[in-house]
Design a protein around this ligand. Structure first.
Ligand code: FE2
Ligand code: FE2
Length: 167
């Protein structure tokens, strides 16, 4: 028995969980902020992968490509912080501030995806099989979470934003 009826319900639920976690982090102690910050960074990373592998490609070429590109550039902006937060070399003193900024960026991004002309509405109106997409997403998510348990996931890959190597 599936918890959700389609892929969009699942993605909206992810948004709620991520936002609740960012709210909890605001009230957390410094030590908790570190653990919860790593947890939320991985959650957002997996959520973005699911959207990028299944949802966004299914909506390409339907007259709203600019909207999709904007969403993916917002993912890139979040990934810059996520890759930094999950790196062992991250500046621990600035960690809480980085988590805070990631939370602000993601709240804005979720709002855009959920608004009446956002990608979630586009998906509902496109007539694509969102129940089948849910099954694909659930299987992929299980795979990614298993991978995360045994080791770190690979660095999040950028869609459009170029990051030049430092040094
Ligand atoms: Fe997204
Ligand atoms: Fe999303």
């Amino acid at each position: 028995m599936q918890e959700f009826s389609d892929a969009i319900e699942k993605l909206e639920d992810d948004h709620d969980k991520v936002e609740a976690l960012f709210e909890r982090i605001k009230e957390a102690t410094e030590k908790e902020k570190l653990d919860l910050g790593l947890e939320v960074a991985n959650l957002v990373k997996i959520h973005m992968l699911l959207e990028e592998e299944f949802l966004y490609p299914a909506l390409r070429g339907r007259g709203h490509d600019d909207k999709l590109t904007e969403g993916l550039v917002e993912h890139d902006a979040g990934k810059v912080l996520i890759n930094d937060l999950l790196s062992p070399a991250t500046d621990r003193d600035a960690f809480p501030a980085k988590v805070q900024v990631l939370g602000e960026q993601m709240t804005h991004h979720h709002k855009e995806e959920e608004e009446s002309d956002g990608v979630f509405s586009m998906a509902r109106e496109a007539g694509i099989d969102l129940a089948a997409m849910l099954n694909q997403m659930t299987a992929r998510e299980r795979e990614l979470k298993t991978e995360l348990k045994s080791s770190d996931l690979p660095e999040a890959e950028m869609n459009y934003v170029e990051i030049s190597a430092s040094q």
